[in-house]
Ligand binder design. Structure first.
Ligand SMILES: C[S@@+](CC[C@H](N)C(=O)[O-])C[C@H]1O[C@@H](n2cnc3c(N)ncnc32)[C@H](O)[C@@H]1O
Length: 326
């Protein structure tokens, strides 16, 4: 049995001040303003266009949060902030934090959403701000690069596999699979706007001859093929139960006999109370999307069985399920 929370931990859970201080610091780009050498609050205010005495309060809190240091009346970035929060750093992750900031007002409507059951947004922020969407995908691509090859290896593919990476985003998985399996060729299917980024990442990886890009809406357009492997990674939680069921059925028709569908997502367990991160993610999807949701592993497995897949298996708990087209 896990232990009870302490009162201090309950207070900590309800305490979001530091979150908003960090997000605002990133939005104002104070870390980039400090790039290179420590500066006074006045110099930073001049660079970002802010009110100096007010900005000092924010900077002081960022010092206390260990994201900055302060000496001789000058502020400087801590080494972790310099690496990840300065815009021209190759390891900048600020776009992901700016996505949280862009969703801030939606969270303010959570109470109303829970009372009425009505969603408060009619479009995801990626649709209202495609540039932010592209930048966030680029950050996720950089993070995903670390785990992609291990995931590819665990699937133990063989030979000249034709893979479809459906809603493949920046092509993170397709690229990782090509690196792990030298004979594999892939198609990344995604919306035209997203494929502009994919074109860049595929080119940077030198894989233009093995990765094709196919633009379209996977709910409406043909998917090409036939394929030996279709991967659906992190696409289902933006859609309804019914669209997902239909999409899994559609994928079945685009697979060659013996082909497999692999769904990698953030599934809830049977009770819906775990994994912990996913239970909070389900609320995030509720307030920030028009119709998305987190589904249970068993629901994804039922979509597969209904579509005609056999040997439907949960390969990784609440993370990866697979079905085979016999
Ligand atoms: C969270 S990203 C996942 C990207 C990638 N599969 C991964 O695991 O890193 C969701 C992707 O689905 C794409 N997408 C969303 N709706 C789509 C649709 N109707 N048709 C095609 N792609 C879509 C988005 O453009 C985005 O690239």
């Amino acid at each position: 049995m896990s232990r009870e929370l302490s009162l201090a931990e309950i207070f900590q859970l309800g305490y979001y001040w530091e979150t908003k201080i960090l997000l605002t610091g990133v939005k104002l780009d104070v870390f980039s303003a400090l790039d290179g050498r420590p500066k006074t609050a006045g110099e930073v205010a001049g660079r970002i266009g802010a009110h100096e005495p007010t900005l000092s309060l924010l900077l002081n809190a960022l010092v206390a949060m260990k994201l900055m240091n302060h000496a001789e009346n000058r502020y400087g970035n801590s080494s972790i902030a310099e690496k990840h929060l300065v815009r021209n750093s190759p390891q900048y992750i600020g776009h992901l934090l700016m996505l949280h900031d862009a969703e801030w007002n939606n969270w303010g409507r959570l109470e109303e959403t829970i009372r009425t059951g009505e969603r408060s947004v009619d479009r995801h922020v990626f649709e209202t701000d495609p540039e932010l969407g592209g930048n966030v995908l680029a950050v996720l691509d950089r993070i995903g690069k670390q785990s992609g090859p291990e995931f590819a290896k665990r699937l133990q593919l063989n030979g000249q596999v034709r893979m479809l990476d459906l809603g493949g985003g920046a092509g993170t998985n397709a690229i990782a699979f090509c690196h792990v399996y030298p004979e594999l060729t892939a198609t990344v299917f995604d919306l035209p706007a997203t494929l502009r980024l994919t074109e860049k990442t595929v080119k940077e990886a030198g894989l233009e001859s093995r990765i094709a890009l196919r633009a379209g809406n996977f709910n409406q357009d043909g998917l090409g093929g036939p394929y030996d492997v279709v991967l659906m990674s992190d696409i289902l939680h933006y859609q309804t139960f019914e669209s997902n069921e239909a999409l899994v059925g559609k994928v079945f028709a685009h697979l060659a006999p013996g082909g497999r569908l692999i769904i990698k997502d953030r599934f809830l367990d049977e009770a819906g109370t775990g994994p912990a991160w996913t239970t909070a993610f389900a609320v995030h999807i509720l307030v920030n999307t028009q119709q998305g949701g987190c589904f249970k592993t068993a629901e994804a497995m039922r979509w597969m069985s209904k579509a005609g897949f056999t040997a439907v298996t949960e390969l990784e708990k609440t993370a990866v399920v697979q079905g085979v087209k016999a």
